[in-house]
Design a protein around this ligand. Structure first.
Ligand code: NAD
Length: 487
């Protein structure tokens, strides 16, 4: 098995196995080949991981942010040096083309370690509050043991986006990757140790929806950060609320991308394609409801169709491949079902909609698909598909499109393409979303906060804002005189 790790879990600085855990296979989605066999964590493994984290955390928290940050920056350097190897592993784990993973996965994880490693020394400061003769000061203190739970679309990036702010703030973390993509996080754990992270501070345990609740419910865990679907978010938030734990929820979306008639259409088409087909459409913030003003609809669709049909589908390890398979067969089948529903509900299939020719029978490929004439009430316009399916809807004017764009329970992202600068800002002001783009789509550098509103979640990842979600504020009142008591 070509990606078999030394063992399933990484706890207290070393690989750990417990064969009593339910075995599961990790498959290469392009061929169905078994690339690793692992075991889900037993309750004993969960307890061991949380205990290691709890033991290691106080000494780590006592270091200066600069000292903690130095280790993260070293980890970033190691990740960059090993980018090719890590990207190949990410491609095996997810099926995403190497053309993408080599520029977007370990590199964005490394960016996160570098950014938080550097910013911590300046951003974890408290305030001094003058109160006349007295004063108060605040401190940002770590929460303790944090749990990270990941989705399968960006396994290494998600592990780093959670580990970096958690660790630099002085916390320890137990991370559970998605059962579909268990491998990358183990490498991140190895690299952190190599960079000098004391053992026990970043632990990885495997498992699925049965394992996650064991972590969320553990009494020694103070915070849970989940990247996953809205239904899972509701369950995890409810479980965490039972013990009043901190939570960050990075959940799903059905984001609008609005193309006005004065937009640069080539850029709008390119943005819509990136925002629907990158990572085979498995991106939470994708602009899957593409609203196009009626006067440019035909031009938009003909350009979009021509460019979509040129997308190179194939072996993800081939540098020329632009679209790989979906992460798993159930996910591919779910997307095929949505495509059938779209057709049955009367949307016009512009291109795609089927399994491509000339791909391995056990691969989980699907053509990039565009539907036009989609209406707001159709299932494909309301539910998150999480595959390469773009819905094009048309509109007449600005007020109408803003109202329709906001008519969803989700609020993760939104985008606007227009050459009218005042309209761009007016429209994004009215759109209900956490992360918005003007004249581009889906760019998420580590410097900017990322996260959702409404049912798409709360809390923010990346940027200095993320540090607030991994720390608590401690306030200290300092009296400079005698206590004046009336009794
Ligand atoms: P999922 O919700 O099925 O699973 C996410 C993770 O939660 C997995 O690790 C899973 O094992 C775990 N889990 C499931 N039930 C649990 C429970 N009851 N308690 C604790 N953990 C539990 O999501 P997925 O299919 O892996 O990922 C796709 C979803 O993730 C999409 O909805 C997508 O939009 C979302 N997503 C969001 C972001 C974001 O940043 N907002 C990023 C990537 C993906």
């Amino acid at each position: 098995m070509r990606a078999q790790p030394k063992a399933s879990h990484f706890i207290d600085g070393a690989y750990v196995e417990d064969t009593a855990g339910t075995p599961f296979d990790s498959l290469y989605p392009a061929t169905g080949e078994v690339i690793a066999r692992l075991h889900a964590a037993t309750p004993a493994i969960v307890a061991q991981a949380v205990a290691a984290a709890k033991r290691a955390q106080p000494e780590w928290a006592a270091l200066s942010p600069t000292a903690r940050g130095r280790i993260l920056k070293k980890a970033a350097d190691i990740m960059r040096t090993r980018n090719r190897e890590l990207s190949e592993l990410e491609t095996l784990d997810t099926g995403k083309p190497i053309q993408e993973t080599i520029v977007a996965d370990p590199t964005s994880g490394a960016d996160s370690f570098e950014f938080f490693g550097g910013v911590a020394a300046a951003a974890l400061n408290g305030e001094h509050i003058p109160l006349g003769a007295d004063f108060a000061y605040t401190r940002r203190v770590p929460i303790g043991v944090c749990v990270g739970i990941g989705a399968w679309n960006y396994p290494q990036q998600i592990a780093c986006w959670k580990a970096a702010p958690a660790l630099v703030s002085g916390n320890a973390m137990v991370f559970k990757p998605s059962e579909n993509t268990p491998l990358g996080a183990l490498k991140i754990a190895e690299i952190l140790i190599e960079a000098g992270l004391p053992k026990g501070l970043f632990n990885v345990i495997q498992g699925d929806r049965d394992t996650g609740p064991l972590l969320v419910g553990h009494p020694d865990v103070g915070k849970v950060s989940l990247t996953g679907s809205v239904p899972t978010g509701r369950k995890v938030a409810a479980a965490a609320a039972g013990q009043l734990k901190h939570v960050t929820m990075e959940l799903g979306g059905k984001s609008p991308l609005i193309v006005f008639e004065d937009a640069d259409l080539d850029s709008a088409i390119g943005g819509a394609m990136l925002g629907n087909f990158y990572s085979t459409g498995q991106v939470c913030s994708n602009g899957t409801r593409v609203f196009v003003q009626k006067s440019v609809k035909d031009r938009f669709l003909s350009g979009l169709k021509a460019r979509t049909e040129k997308i190179v589908i194939g072996d993800p390890m081939d540098e020329a491949t632009q679209l790989g398979p979906m992460v798993s067969r159930p996910q591919r089948d779910k997307v095929l079902d949505y495509i059938e529903t779209g057709k049955a509900e009367g949307a016009t299939l512009v291109t795609g909609g089927a399994i491509p020719n000339d791909v391995p029978a056990e691969g989980t490929y699907i053509q990039p698909t565009v539907f036009a004439d989609v209406t707001d009430t159709m299932t494909i316009a309301r539910e998150e598909i999480f595959g390469p399916v773009m819905c094009v809807l048309d509109f007449d004017d600005e007020d109408e499109v803003v109202a329709r764009a906001n008519a969803t329970e989700f609020g993760l992202s939104a985008g606007v393409f227009t050459s009218d600068i005042t309209r761009a800002h007016r429209v994004v002001d009215k759109l209900e979303a956490g992360t918005l783009w003007i004249n581009t789509y889906n760019l998420c550098p580590v410097e900017i906060p990322f996260g959702g509103s409404k049912q798409s979640g709360f809390g923010r990842e990346n940027s200095v804002a993320a540090l607030q979600h991994y720390t608590e504020l401690k306030t200290v009142y300092v009296a400079m005189g005698k206590v004046e008591a009336p009794y």
